[in-house]
Design a protein around this ligand. Structure first.
Ligand SMILES: [Cu+2]
Length: 300
């Protein structure tokens, strides 16, 4: 349901060529760049959410649609009222204005209706909040630690190996890899499993965020935050640090690859030997420090 919101939009909005422009451009872009996984990454001119990859994001999207409808109806209602007032009660048509200052029924209605609307919004809002907040029985735990300016990941359930995930510089990108979103080491997770994500930081506050997962959680030094996700489909999913954390805040992406469970087991075996005698954190710091001048130049 890539552009599912279109089906929910009032037809007047759909007729607007600007609303149709985004999906058209995206379709064009998708057709001229073959071989890329388009499932869950930012796209040029994107106006909608990325495709939901987890049950939480499914619910976030549905809740967004509900709110969009409520907002649209309120905007339309207020616009009609405004238009009516401008037309029917302008000075030339209505030279002697009403001097009424109270109207009990009206006042009750304009108090009660907004309260009702807020209740209608609050019920699914709290349901979603608790659904995303309470971690269901996890199949595995991953710990993400934010550093200036890279992510470090630990797999305590799979032999407690850990590795560092650094941005791939523009010069080293392979064809099809996404600029500023590709990392050298990728977080691999099995599809259809509840992954408990523990998040913290080693220096300043960062934020681990993957839009298609519906996860955005602060990484705070000295505090362990928790989130969860259960990825429905195999694929590669992208995110970025989402808390301003210093010069290279924009250069510490998150890349998650969801694979079938047997592929995951094979990856774990490989990772256990690859990352066993691991001097990576120090290497990563050096790499991050060395990259700083090059990237600053590129950004100019
Ligand atoms: Cu940051």
């Amino acid at each position: 349901m890539r552009f599912g919101m279109s089906s929910l939009m009032p037809s007047a909005l759909l007729r607007s060529r600007w609303v149709g422009l985004g999906p058209t451009l995206l379709g064009l872009f998708a057709s001229i760049v073959p071989g890329m996984a388009f499932a869950d990454q930012p796209r040029p001119w994107e106006m909608m959410f990325q495709d939901p990859a987890t049950p939480v994001m499914d619910r976030v999207e549905s809740f967004h649609h509900l709110l969009l409808w409520i907002i649209a109806i309120i905007v339309a209602f207020v616009a009609v009222l405004l238009g009516l007032v401008c037309l029917r009660f302008r000075e030339s048509v209505n030279p002697a204005p009403s001097r009424r200052s109270h109207h009990t029924l009206l006042e009750v209605v304009w108090t009660a209706v907004p309260v009702l609307i807020l209740v209608v919004v609050a019920v699914p809002s709290f349901k979603l909040l608790y659904y995303s907040d309470v971690v269901p029985p996890p199949d595995l735990t991953i710990k993400a630690t934010g550093h200036q300016w890279y992510w470090e990941y630990e797999y305590p359930d799979n032999g407690d190996f850990s590795f560092v995930s650094n941005l791939v510089d523009d010069a080293d990108l392979q064809p099809g890899q996404l600029r500023l979103l590709t990392t050298d080491n990728v977080v691999v997770v099995p599809v259809g499993k509840n992954v408990r994500l523990q998040v913290t930081a080693g220096d300043v506050i960062h934020s681990w965020a993957v839009p298609s997962f519906g996860v955005k959680i602060d990484a705070v030094p000295g505090r362990l935050n928790e989130a969860w996700f259960n990825v429905k489909e195999p694929g590669t999913y992208y995110g970025q640090c989402s808390e301003l954390c210093g010069t290279m805040h924009g250069f510490m992406p998150i890349m998650v690859k969801a694979v079938p469970p047997d592929e995951y087991d094979a990856w774990v075996k490989q990772a256990q030997s690859d990352f066993a005698a691991n001097s990576q954190p120090e290497d990563a710091k050096t790499a991050a420090a060395q990259r700083l001048p090059a990237l600053s130049l590129a950004a100019r």
